[in-house]
Design a protein around this ligand. Sequence first.
Ligand code: ADP
Ligand code: ASP
Ligand code: MG
Length: 480
Amino acid sequence: MIVLKFGGTSVGNLERVRDAASIIAAQPSPRAAVVSAASGVTNMLLDAARLAASSDSAGMESVVGEIEAKHFAIIDGIESVDDRQFARNLVVGLHAELRNSLIEAVTAGRVSSALSDRIVSIGERSMSVMMAATLRSRGIPAVHVFANEVIATDDRHGNARPDRPRTRAQAEAVVRPHLDAGLTVVMTGFIGGAPDGAITTLGRGGSDYSATLLGAALMADEVQIWTDVPGVLTADPRQVETARVVPQVSFDEAQELAHFGAKVLHPRTIRPAVAVDIPVRILSTFAPQEPGTLVTRESVGSQLKAVTAMRNLQLITVDVPELEDLSGAAARVFGTLYEDRVEVVLVSQASSRRRMTYLIDGGAAGGCEPVLQRLRDSLQDFEATVNCTPDVAIVAAVGSGAAEQPKALLKLLAALSKAGVPVLASSQQTSNAALVAAIPAQFADAAVLAVHSEFIRSAENGRPRRRRRADLMGESVRVG
Ligand code: ADP
Ligand code: ASP
Ligand code: MG
């Protein structure tokens, strides 16, 4: 069984939806597709919610009109009349539900996180209906499924955590019978269902995660992430023009890349695949014949494979005068950050053993002031000194074989120093798949370029030369 996931750009308009449908149809059955909202729709839905909360009904209506136009342009292209009409009726119903939810936001003057999840779910729900109808109109039996009935989560709206055993049971009950009946299932990405039945979301970009959660629940043979780039590249191609496809990465390497900001995979995507050892392939809807990147348990090669940057972090330092207070203070720091749901990206402890350093998600922390206030309060009885540096980024170079080598971090720091990038903290231990340096955010682009050209391009530059020599030998053999 295969799970195929299509991101927003890959279902962004009628032509893209048609191409995605052809890719689905070309895969052997049983198969399930997981779809995101059409590109831009999730942001538009969030805009509409904000406008509703501030009682800007005209602004809200105009955004809803844009979403409707985008959806109807896709529906109008569905070839068979019956399937087109069926999809139109359902999507009109979803748009009506959207309007009702927005009226709730106008009345309340705010958007609760539960209401926000209900509002954004309209993008994925509409797309699943449109994709299933597109497949049926081509004679492929298909059915849409809303994932709030499959992906069971807790009630953390906006960033819900899945409940794997309940998801497995629901996938068997809801999805499996359709597959057994020979139908292609088209499930919504991004959304889940809380224990009280409310719709939740898995965090921005979460449809990748939905795909591996479904794949793991149904013990799929492979999960394919179809996107707008031809695989995992050596760097974000928007940042580094010379970035190239990496043919194979390990689960560990992919996890580190995603964790440290490579947007091609949602940070939590790989975990369900690791648990049941399902290969994940990253492929491009713009070049479906390309081999893409295969993610499996094994790591091959000893070179660094990719470099990524993660921005919008804050560096917290905690100095404790008494050595024996260190563990207690650390427990308080983690406890406070956990209560406030602030993610800790990296932790280190200096050699004096009285300074602890935490890199945290600046977005969740809401800037330095609130987090400083909270930590100073919670550390009062330790006489700790707490400081916070805003606008910090991480540059991470990923590759298990390379990151295990003792001198690797030294070489990374030398490359950064050569490019004039100051380093605030560094680490080599994270499961030995990544080398990491914390730097001021304004140096992130320069750091990625420097590390890419020092480690990845220069390693690649060696290859064509070797190939040319091989070609020459081949020629001489032929001539001889
Ligand atoms: P989708 O809508 O298909 O989920 P995303 O926009 O979420 O697509 O992710 C794909 C994007 O990830 C690419 O367009 C690219 O700019 C970005 N990206 C960042 N780092 C990498 C990387 N190392 N390899 C490939 N793409 C990357
Ligand atoms: N549509 C959602 C988002 O834009 C989920 C996804 O695309 O993966 O975040
Ligand atoms: Mg994505």
